[in-house]
Write a protein that binds this ligand. Structure first.
Ligand code: ADP
Ligand code: MG
Length: 696
């Protein structure tokens, strides 16, 4: 049996493989073009493609695909085999540089949010050579970006790559000011912690809501929920452990640095965290992780639920996005330094994030907005829809001392002048482990905790990168033209703290009192997706993204349209699924059981008028009342769906779904869940929460 170190990355066309399979000149040219982000010349591309093909074939691959991340939220691939007919009626295996570098695909079935209407249906995929090719299920996958014929981004990756360039440009300007001459580029890094549920496949298949929507639309609370909190970090069940072992092995082969696995707070909930990587690679790897989790769960007769809120009243699943900036010399820019100068620099970057989070609260909220995440944000296990930043007490005190010109620290008793020579040593580990903050500084990185479990990490990181790039640009503009750098730096930092301290919140983010306080501070509370999304194209946001060449205005409008449509489509499917389940399963079952009760009453009465029928009568009465109410809500829901069909504008439709459809769904569910508690288990047509959560 091979050891992990032997098989790690064995399915990846990584640097080691390239070096061993490519001619030295070709290898060097490839590395240089990747580093400079230019396109590969065709003769080099041909050589690389050929080596890739030989390597892939030696590992059993027969096909290749341009692997990309369209706006559907999942990855897309169309397989082409390497075969090509030869003169003798046989085949040879071929793969050209052209096929490697660029693919042409029919874009018409992918969401384009209106971009397609005016342009051709053709789309292009282009190799993102900074993310290694890999083999998955016998197919050589080439990570690509996906755009329309006219060059509009149709995927998640293109803007992400553009945002990484933007933050690189502006960070470099700031680093120059501090004399970091050895640094030539920076990259943002991301470690996404992925939460998920595992349920038994047989049980899953009996629930139309899970099959169609990924979440339960009905279900009464089980006697044991997560009340005992016994699951968190608990012993992993053998079946789950077998799944995790398979998962690790497959991910490791693909070079994904799967690091930790543990049980989460809710029964049947788990988490996988990788070691962080460069952002675009982390995004690819997270996408792969989600895909492989779902595939392998099936192999173990389970289903992996990635929905943000599969069960009401139980913790949902999120994805903590750990983020930082790293230089090509290996320095983490959010690591507090050992010298005053490094600390002044650290403080400036910290202030950049502080201001970025405050100025672009709306974009951060929007970047995690989805129908699924609306059920999670603000519930008891996730941060509210209000964005704030956690710095911990010590850092906050340092910032306060600077703002108010007050002494800091027991020993220092000196005024805090931010300057290259006068900064005190910072405490190294200020991590208070506040778990309730949406955006927390955790010692040497930030952890954005609002992400939903099912979505790509690309959109949130595109926002973080671009927003921070913008603030660094403003800082660089100001500092580059300053006469006295140290004074200007001090004034700038002090001003940022004064203006943006409202975004700092170190308390309990799950507390209702915080919402009131946040409102007083003037922080945004964009509670739902329809509330949040339209702000994406607010003038200041269009200005931000276009200035840094991350999105064109047209791309922004198209993305907004896609997001709104996704929201509407999802709620529509949920509502229709509810109607079907209520009509064909739940109400018939309740009605059938009431017949049993009334038959019992009749037969008892036939034996003797004096026999006690209290139990049967009371339950029958309540069931009948509940059925009547449920049926009334069912009809309202059907009517609301008909009305929704008459609204054609996406934003208005999304508001209609939120205000007129979701509330009726909740009412219908209320009655159905009450019925579940009244009807005999033998008659109840679908597996219960207990069956689902304790079934593995
Ligand atoms: P937890 O948040 O559960 O306490 P850790 O702090 O150990 O766990 O790390 C969580 C995640 O943060 C891991 O995926 C880790 O690789 C990632 N991480 C650590 N350092 C960085 C960094 N500089 N940039 C991005 N992610 C990082
Ligand atoms: Mg975490």
């Amino acid at each position: 049996m091979k050891t992990v170190t032997e098989y790690f990355g064995s399915m990846v066309f990584d640097d080691k493989v390239m070096q061993s399979m490519l001619d030295e000149n070709i290898y060097n040219t490839l590395k240089r073009t990747i580093k400079d982000g230019r396109s590969l010349n065709l003769s080099v591309a041909n050589e690389v493609a050929n080596a890739m093909k030989d390597w892939a074939i030696s590992l059993g691959a027969t096909h290749f695909t341009h692997w990309f991340q369209p706006m559907t939220g999942i990855t897309a691939e169309k397989h082409d085999s390497f075969i090509s007919p030869d003169k003798n009626g046989r085949v040879i295996m071929e793969f050209s540089g052209k096929e490697l570098v660029r693919g042409e695909t029919d874009a018409s079935s992918f969401p384009s949010g209106g971009l397609r209407a005016t342009f051709e249906a053709r789309g292009y995929t282009a190799w993102d050579a900074t993310s290694y090719a890999f083999i998955k299920d016998g197919v050589l996958c080439i990570p690509t970006a996906f755009c329309s014929y006219s060059g509009d981004a149709l995927d998640q990756k293109t803007p992400l790559l553009r945002s990484m360039e933007a933050i690189n440009r502006q960070t470099m300007r700031v680093l120059k000011l501090f004399g970091n001459d050895e640094v030539t580029s920076v990259k943002t890094t991301v470690g996404p912690e992925q939460e998920y549920f595992l349920v038994d496949k047989q049980v899953f298949n009996k629930r139309k809501d899970l099959v169609y929507t990924g979440r339960t639309l009905f279900g009464a609370e089980p006697p044991k929920g997560q009340a005992l909190e016994g699951h968190y970090y608990g012993v992993i069940k053998p079946r789950v452990q077998a799944f995790m072992n398979d998962l690790n092995e497959e991910l490791w082969k693909l070079g994904v640095l799967a690091k930790t696995e543990h049980n989460e707070a809710a029964p049947a909930q788990h988490e996988l965290a990788p070691i962080f990587a460069t952002t675009n690679i982390a995004a690819d790897h997270n996408q792969l992780t989600m895909e492989i989790m779902q595939k392998l769960a099936k192999k173990h007769d389970m289903v992996c639920l990635l929905h943000e809120k599969p069960f009401e009243g139980v913790n949902g699943s999120g994805k903590h996005n750990n983020w930082s900036i790293s230089t090509n010399t290996g320095i983490n820019l959010f690591e507090p330094g050992d010298t005053p100068s490094k600390n002044a620099q650290f403080l400036l970057f910290l202030c950049a994030v502080l201001k970025a989070v405050d100025d672009y609260q709306d974009l951060l909220r929007i970047s995690v907005a989805s129908a699924g995440n609306d059920h999670r944000l603000g519930a008891h296990e996730a941060p509210p829809a209000v964005v704030s930043i956690f710095l911990g007490d010590e850092l906050t005190e340092i910032l306060e001392a600077i703002e108010k010109d007050q002494p800091y620290g027991a020993k220092e008793k000196e005024l805090l002048r931010v300057g290259v020579h006068t900064m005190p040593k910072f405490p190294k580990d200020t991590t208070d482990r506040n778990r309730t903050s949406p955006f927390a500084f955790t010692g040497n990185k930030f952890e954005f905790r609002m992400l939903g479990s099912s979505a790509s990490v690309s959109a949130p990181n595109t926002v973080i990168n671009t927003a921070v790039a913008e603030i660094l640009k403003q800082f660089a503009d100001e500092l580059e033209s300053a006469d006295n750098f140290e004074t200007a730096l001090h004034d700038l930092i002090k001003r940022v703290i004064t203006t943006h301290k409202r975004i700092i919140f170190n308390g309990n983010g799950y507390d209702d009192k915080w919402l009131a306080e946040a409102e007083k501070r003037g922080l945004l509370n964009l509670r739902t997706t329809p509330d949040a999304l339209p702000h994406f194209v607010d003038a200041k946001n269009v200005e931000l993204f276009t200035a840094h060449k991350v999105y064109t205005e047209r791309e922004m409008h198209s993305r907004l349209e896609i997001q709104l449509q996704n929201y509407c489509a999802l709620v529509n499917i949920e509502a229709k699924t509810m109607v079907e389940m209520a009509k064909k399963e739940i109400l018939p079952a309740a009605s059938e059981y009431s017949q049993l009760l009334s038959d019992t009453i009749l037969s008892k009465k036939a034996v003797s008028e004096t026999l006690d029928c209290t139990y049967e009568t009371e339950i029958l009465t309540e069931i009948s009342e509940r059925i009547a109410k449920a049926y009334k809500h069912l009809k309202s829901l059907e009517k609301a769906l008909v009305n929704a069909g008459k609204i054609h504008e996406a934003a208005a439709l999304s508001v209609y779904y939120k205000d007129k459809v979701l509330p009726v769904m909740a009412k219908l569910r209320g009655e159905a869940d009450a019925l579940e508690n009244l009807v005999s288990a033998d008659y109840w047509p679908i597996p219960t929460y207990g069956d689902l959560m304790f079934g593995v």
